[in-house]
Design a protein around this ligand. Structure first.
Ligand code: ATP
Length: 208
């Protein structure tokens, strides 16, 4: 009896289900992610983590400098996002090679993070969920979407960017209609923040 008891105590808890949270530029995925955290579920912010990883992981630093040049890091050894973005913005090949360096490191970081989580659901916020087919590694995908003109306006206000600048980014992303076809769950953000939060609550608590 004693033995059974201790075996039960040692049993591993089931791994959390991973929900991929995505959306195009300005769709509101970060806003939704914050609501999700308010509802008590952990969120892994892939793009933010990637920013840390390119500064912390020495092996990665070497590879990125080899690919894009020493200027990829400033004199203090800090990743120069502007320089890198300028290099890869109109060069698909280079962008792909850069992604092939960064993404495996983020995946490992994510896997370690998941192991530390105790909730039955965790969320992985990533802009390129469908583009990189990362949805295949998730239990379900959750898309935040809004009309292009609404997203453009929100990003112009948030980042102090011109219409053309936002549009240039948007044009390079997968169209919303394609993402809508692929998503398991959808939150429509042509709305106010109160309604957005209500939709978020409904969607996440309906996931079984
Ligand atoms: P990005 O991919 O560009 O990082 P995102 O998908 O994470 O964008 P957010 O940063 O969450 O989008 O939202 C874009 C901007 O729009 C933010 O300034 C946010 O506060 C605002 N916003 C999002 N949803 C709403 C809403 N329903 N009502 C008003 N403002 C909103």
């Amino acid at each position: 009896m004693e033995e059974l008891h201790s075996e039960a105590q040692q049993a591993e808890p089931p791994a959390p289900k991973v929900i991929g949270l995505t959306g195009g530029i300005g769709s509101g995925k970060t806003t939704v992610a914050k609501f999700i955290e308010e509802f008590g579920f952990p969120v892994y912010y892939s793009d933010d983590r990637a920013k840390d990883i390119v500064n912390d992981n020495e092996e990665l630093k070497i590879k990125i400098k080899e690919l894009l040049g020493e200027e990829s890091y400033d004199e203090n050894g800090v990743y120069d996002r502007k320089f890198v973005a300028g290099k890869v913005f109109n060069n698909k090949d280079l962008l792909q090679q850069l992604n092939e360096i960064i993404h495996p490191a983020v995946r490992i970081d994510f896997e370690n993070w998941v192991k530390q989580q105790t909730k039955y659901l965790v969320f992985k916020e990533t802009a390129l969920l469908f583009e990189l087919k990362l949805n295949r590694q998730c239990y379900k995908s959750l898309l935040v979407t809004a009309e292009d003109n609404i997203r453009t306006k929100r990003v112009m206000d948030r980042d102090n960017k011109t219409y053309r600048e936002v549009e240039a980014v948007m044009e390079k992303q997968m169209p919303e209609k394609d993402k809508i076809k692929m998503a398991d769950c959808i939150i429509y953000n042509n709305t106010n923040l109160e309604d957005l939060k209500e939709q978020t609550e409904k969607v996440i608590f309906a996931i079984e």
